[in-house]
Each structure stands twice: as C-alpha cells, then as structure tokens.
Design a protein around this ligand. Structure first.
Ligand SMILES: *Cc1c(COP(=O)(O)O)cnc(C)c1O
Length: 444
C-alpha cells in the first residue's frame, strides 16, 4: 500500500497517520473508523491556490463538498480561504452551521427544489449555477419576490467527456446536467438569463468527468467554451467574466492510477484559457472545484478483521466489521483499493485474499484479490484513499451504524463525527397509535 501524506510505519510496525498510531486509534475510537489526515487536506488546498497564483491569472478554488462534508471539514475549507460548492440544502445547512461565509458558497444541482432555491436566496449565497430553463424561470421569480438580484453561472455540457485515461468528444451530449452547447441551448439560455431582470449572468460552468488523468479533456472543453464565448459576445454583447471548469482531478487509489501533479492540470488549464481568450479584452476568472483530489488520499478506513473463510482452490475471504455501508464504491463502480495490516505493517505478503464486508449482499466486497500477510482474526486492516465519497456515501443498510470520523494531526486525534448509536437508528421511527395500544405479541 502506498503511504500518502503523513502516513508512515512506526517503530512498533504499526501504521501511523498524523503521528497517531492506528492501533491506538482503534482502541480509543473503535472500528470501523475513518481517519482523515488534516495536514494532507490542507496541503492539497494550498497547492491548488499556489499553482493558480503562479499563473498570474485571476482564479478561485472551491471545494466540492459532496466528496466529504462535515462541520469540521467546512471549517478547514473556510480557514484555507477556499470557496465551497453545495448541491443540496443539507450540504448548505452543514456549511452554514460551520459558520461558512454564505457569499463564498455556490449552489449546484440539476433539480434544486423551490425550497432549496429559497433557502439559498434567503441566506445570500454567492452564486447559483443554473442548470436548466425551469430552474432559471423559478429562480428569477423567487428573486423577484424577495427583491433581490442573484449572480448566476450557466452549467453547460460542452460535448467533451473525460474518462480516467482518455476523453471522448460527444456531439449532442446525453446528460442530465446542464445546457447543451452543440444544439444551441447555451445561447438560448444566455438570452433568457439576460432578459431575466433578477439574474445577473457572470459566466459558464462545465464539469467533464471525474478521476481524470490527462489534460486534453480540459483543453478541449476550454476551446469549445472560449469559441462559444466569442460568438456569444458578438451576438448578445455578453462578456464572460467567470469560467468554471469543475473538478475531476484524479488521485492514486492503486498502482494502475497515474494522476498528474495538481500543478500540471492548473498550468494546462491556464494555458488553454490564455489562448482561448487571447483576443478578449479581459481574461475571465478561472474557477475550479476539486473534491476527490482534496480529500481522497487523506482518508484511511481502519477495520477489525473478524471471520475468515477459505474455499480451497477458489478464494479466501477476510471479513471486516464494515463494508458497503461505509464504502459502497467497490460495489458501485468496481473501485479498487490498497490495504495493509495496520498492526503488523512490515510483515511480508504471504497470501492472496479478498476483503468482504459484513452486509447481506454478495457484492458487499471492499477489495478483490489483495496480497497480504497471513491475516488473523483481530488484525486491523487499513484501507487507504477512502477520504472522498466514502463517509459522504455511507448508509445504514442492514441497520449497521455509520462509523466515527477523526481528524489526526501532529499526534492528536479529534472526533469530528461521532459513531452512530443504536438509538440513532430508531430515532426517526414512529409507532402508529394503533400499534402502541395493542400488545406487541399475539398470544394465540
Ligand atoms: C462531483 C463534482 C465535482 C467534484 O468532482 P471530483 O471528481 O470529486 O473532483 C465538482 N463539480 C461538480 C459540478 C461536480 O458534480
């Protein structure tokens, strides 16, 4: 397993993160446990900012909160001076509860409800990224009722889709998100926005994919959007002031992944914007909104090994005390993870095993085929790169409690999400009166 950030193996042969011994963390907080390397999170944020600073172009970096959203995380984002993107009232509420400045928040989503739009308007969030015509009309109307003018970007689908190792050009892009560029919907949306007296159009947004390892997709999207911006200015007079290129910068989950350093993505983006807007009076601000690449490698999940089952000549299953309820990504996307035994990290690999969860689904697997030392019940298994889309996708399937989350830093571990209790699981349940009145068991 590749060690990320402050992770290292200590003198006891234990995994250590943020100078905290993983075995001690499990003793203190229980397992499964999400451990977040705060220094690595902050380092990633600073690298984006620094990389943009050295391009000398106007920019803004936002963190995509859907990757991992908690009060403490929002605080870190605010402390580092990044902006925040949210896609629901829940993510917005979390940010506000953390004291995040509303004007540094922007609202995404292809089906923001009227209540969500109103909430955003009321608290005065910075921008709405308008996804479609229905939303545009509704937002303008709600803003009118409140006597406000709101700043908006238009979400576009530029006909470029990036996949991990390549990109494809699609004509009419078949996506639920955004206004389609090729068919002329974006131009129509610009005209519509310009005619909406309570919307102040500032620019365009696109998000071409996730876990992207190349810069070509970004280049192509920028080319298409800058060509469009030029035409749009000629026909409507609208000058693009903000170009938001979304997130999607890749991370290294395992040896098959070869992400570029943050600086390379940023330089390529800056270069493409410079040349795409070469004849513009003023370059637009470049915005990005990374999620995974900020928190992904900073997260490690610690599990305790329970039962072990060997099917001779077929496979050996190692079962841990979590599974697809704390990490659904293997089941959902055939995601692949690395792991080590946190309590005896230097032991050499001896066998190939598969790591299963404890939930009632055959697909409840965390890792297929990994080489590990001879695993024993009670060992602590550390799975790396679980910082993004793990806690945020966690669920209570099988009424399994969601794990605690700790931030580790300079030898201190602090709880940022407490482990769910059994009481939490029935907290929202209600027994109808008629059931309360009756005897729970019929004695026939
Ligand atoms: C998911 C998403 C992001 C973040 O993507 P990552 O791959 O986590 O960087 C940014 N912007 C939008 C609009 C998204 O949907």
């Amino acid at each position: 397993m590749q060690l990320h950030g402050t992770s290292r193996i200590n003198e006891k042969g234990h995994l250590e993160i943020g100078s905290c011994d993983a075995v001690e963390l499990v003793n203190r907080f229980g397992s499964p446990l999400y451990v977040m390397d705060e220094a690595l999170i902050r380092e990633r944020m600073r690298r984006y900012v620094k990389a943009f600073q050295s391009t000398n172009l106007p920019f803004q970096v936002a963190y995509a909160s859907k990757a991992f959203s908690t009060l403490a995380m929002c605080r870190v984002v605010a402390e580092e001076g990044l902006h925040l993107d949210v896609v629901s009232d829940g993510e917005l509420f979390t940010a506000l509860q953390a004291g995040f400045p509303p004007d540094h928040i922007y609202f995404h989503g292809n089906n923001k409800t009227p209540q969500e739009l109103e909430m955003g308007l009321e608290v005065g969030i910075g921008r709405f990224v308008v996804d479609n015509f229905v939303e545009m009309r509704l937002l303008n109307e709600l803003a009118r009722q409140k006597g406000k003018t709101v700043r908006v970007l238009l979400r576009t689908t530029p006909g470029v889709e990036a996949h991990t190792h390549n990109y494809i050009q699609t004509g009419q892009e078949d996506s639920k998100f955004g206004f389609d560029l090729v068919s002329g919907q974006v131009l129509e949306a610009v005209n519509s926005a310009l005619q909406s007296d309570h919307l102040a159009l500032e620019g365009f947004h696109c998000h071409i994919g996730s876990q992207i390892f190349e810069v070509d997709g970004f280049r192509m999207a920028i080319k298409k959007l800058s060509d469009f911006a030029r035409e749009c200015e000629e026909t409507t007079g609208f000058v693009t002031r903000i170009l938001n290129l979304g997130g999607g910068f890749g991370i290294r989950y395992n040896g098959d992944d070869s992400p570029l350093p943050v600086e390379q993505y940023v330089e390529a983006i800056a270069e493409a914007v410079r040349s795409g807007f070469a004849d513009a009076e003023q370059l637009p601000e470049i915005w990005v909104e990374p999620g995974r690449s900020i928190v992904g490698e900073a997260g490690t999940t610690l599990y305790t090994v329970g039962t072990i089952k060997e099917i001779p000549g077929v496979r050996k299953y190692i079962s841990v005390d979590g599974g697809m309820n704390d990490n659904p990504r293997t089941a959902l996307y055939q995601a692949s993870y690395e792991a080590l035994l946190a309590n005896r990290a230097p032991a050499p690999p001896e066998e190939t095993v598969s790591v299963a969860g404890k939930l009632c689904e055959t697909g409840d697997m965390l890792i297929w085929d990994i080489d590990l030392p001879k695993v024993k019940s009670g060992d602590i298994l550390a799975v790396s790169c679980t910082g993004a889309y793990n806690y945020s996708m966690a669920n209570n399937y099988n009424r399994v409690r969601r794990p605690a989350v700790v931030f580790v830093r300079e030898g201190k571990a602090e709880l940022v999400v407490r482990r769910e209790t059994l009481e939490d699981l029935t907290r929202n349940d209600r027994l109808p009166e008629r059931m309360l009145a009756a005897e729970p068991f019929r004695s026939s």
